[in-house]
Structures are given as structure tokens and as C-alpha cells.
Design a protein around this ligand. Structure first.
Ligand SMILES: [Zn+2]
Length: 291
């Protein structure tokens, strides 16, 4: 599932293909829960507009348009935002992928899962939003329109501050990892980076939040920023469907310490990494290095 680093990598790579380009035509799939704004309205409202800014908040991308309206994009579980012509085997169905030799990476042809296509007046590459499982979201906000989804987001994980995290943990019985995954507390965190930050800070994922010390909160916040920045630098994690807009896999998955490494030796002490289930999500930790 794309987390903050993957969304930020997407933002940086999509930005030059979006800003200042006037939309000429919009194609969508049929209405579904993917569209928070009816597809017919998107097809009517977007042509003629161009984006002046592309921002990220938590896992949301927000394109500010030249008339002051905003186009909100969320990649959900399997969303892929890329330009037409990107080449990657991750953009093919599993069956199509299996039939290909690794060196044959054909160009992507829009399929039934490509829910939104923006074509531009300059006739350059179209921008495509594909999402196999459709947990992604598209919403068009009128100028000045309030958005509850954005309003309820907590501090962006890249700006997470130890003192603020310590405040947020006081009196909370919930496991520290579940608190870190709560988007109203820390926006942008997901399973991979929460596990990694807790490992680096030496705190067990299941520890009640109220029993995490001020110094540990400082360590968690610093580790969170560090793993996220490092992941952005390496192009994000390509563990499941994530693919960057350029069709290139991220490299962060090769640097994981604990996430999805159950049974493998801890990189610090050699103890096998444990996997537990916490709030219906998996959590990975070293029973020796994390308390
Ligand atoms: Zn260890």
C-alpha cells in the first residue's frame, strides 16, 4: 500500500507532467466508489483548467487548479498514477506478466482499471490513474470548499515532532503502533514505516502509548522522519503494486530492518524477527532490541 514516501515520490515525478498543462479532455470509467465526485462532473469541469501547484498532505495529493478549485487524489491500496508511455511489468495483469520474459517490458496500454485519464491541449503524454482494487479516491473541490478528509489529518509524518507525539500519547491505552497509524494523529504513516521507526527507536509495537517515555517519543519521531526521507531518496518501497510514475521500482524494500522479515535475524543482534497481529495489521519487531 502506498505510504507517505511513495506518494511523495509520485508527487515529485508527476508534478512536471501536470503543472501549467491545460486539460483538453477527460476520460473516466463508470461511476463507482472510486469517484467521490461524479465522473460526469469531472469530464465537464476539468477541461480548460490547468494545475498551478501539486501538494501532498499525508497520503493525499492535492492539485490546485487555476480557478482555485482543487483536485484531490488518493492512491488507496493499489493506485498507480503515471504518464502514458510509462513502461513497467507492474502495470500489467498477473497473467500478462507471467507470459512475458523479464526483459520484455512493453508500454502500458490503458485497461478497464484505468479510471481517470487526463489528456492535455499540448498533445503531450496523458496522465493516467489506474487502480485495480478501487480503494483510491478522486474528488473535485470547488474554490474554498471545505474538505473533512483533509481537515481531520494530523501532523504530517515528515514534520513529526517528539514533543507533540508525547502529548498525543498521554492517557492513551492504545498500542503505540496503532496510534502511529492513526491518520488523525500522524498523517502519512503506514505499516512499513511504523514498524521500521519503532525498531530504530527500540520500542515494541504493542506497548501502550501512554507508557512510551518523552525520550522514546523523540526517538520515534526522529526515526520516522529518517526512514521516510531515506525511502523518498531511494524511490519508495515496491513491495506490492506500487510503481513510481516513471515505471521504476523503488529501492527502499531492500533496506528494511524488520518489516516482512519474520524469522530472519535482527540486523543488530541476530535474534529472529517476530510477527504479531495488532489491530488487524501485522507488526514486526525484534524481541531483544525492542522493549
Ligand atoms: Zn535485535
Amino acid at each position: 500500500m502506498p505510504e507517505l514516501p511513495e506518494v511523495e515520490v509520485t508527487r515529485r515525478q508527476i508534478e512536471p507532467w501536470l503543472l501549467g498543462r491545460r486539460v483538453a479532455r477527460v476520460e473516466t470509467t463508470a461511476p463507482s466508489y472510486f469517484f467521490l465526485t461524479a465522473p460526469a462532473r469531472l469530464r465537464r469541469a476539468l477541461p480548460g483548467r490547468s494545475a498551478v501547484r501539486l501538494e501532498r498532505r499525508g497520503k493525499y495529493l492535492i492539485a490546485e487548479l487555476d480557478d482555485g478549485s482543487r483536485l484531490l487524489l488518493h492512491l488507496g491500496m493499489t493506485g498507480q498514477l503515471f504518464t502514458a508511455g510509462a513502461a513497467s511489468v507492474r502495470l500489467l495483469s498477473a497473467a500478462a506478466r507471467a507470459a512475458l520474459a523479464p526483459e520484455e517490458q512493453p508500454r502500458f496500454a490503458p485497461d478497464a482499471h484505468t479510471h481517470l485519464r487526463l489528456f492535455f491541449a499540448d498533445e503531450g503524454p496523458a496522465l493516467l490513474f489506474r487502480d485495480v482494487r478501487k480503494f483510491g479516491k478522486v474528488q473535485l473541490l470547488a474554490p474554498g470548499e471545505d474538505c473533512e478528509r483533509l481537515r481531520r489529518l494530523g501532523t504530517d509524518a515528515l514534520a513529526l515532532d517528539g514533543a507533540a507525539l508525547f502529548e498525543a500519547t498521554r492517557g492513551r491505552q492504545v498500542a503505540i503502533k496503532s496510534l502511529l497509524l492513526d491518520q488523525s494523529v500522524v498523517a502519512g504513516t503506514g505499516n512499513i514505516y511504523a514498524d521500521e521507526a519503532l525498531f530504530l527507536a527500540g520500542v515494541r509495537p504493542r506497548r501502550p502509548a501512554r507508557r512510551v517515555s518523552r525520550a522514546e517519543c523523540e526517538a520515534i519521531a526522529a526515526a520516522m522522519r529518517r526512514v521516510m526521507l531515506r525511502s523518498i531518496e531511494t524511490g519508495g518501497s515496491s513491495i506490492s503494486d506500487y510503481v513510481s510514475p516513471a515505471g521504476v521500482d523503488g529501492g527502499y524494500q531492500d533496506e528494511r530492518h524488520v518489516y516482512a522479515r519474520r524469522g530472519e535475524p535482527c540486523p543488530s543482534c541476530g535474534t529472529p524477527i517476530r510477527r504479531i497481529v495488532l489491530g488487524q495489521r501485522s507488526a514486526h519487531y525484534c524481541p531483544r532490541c525492542q522493549r
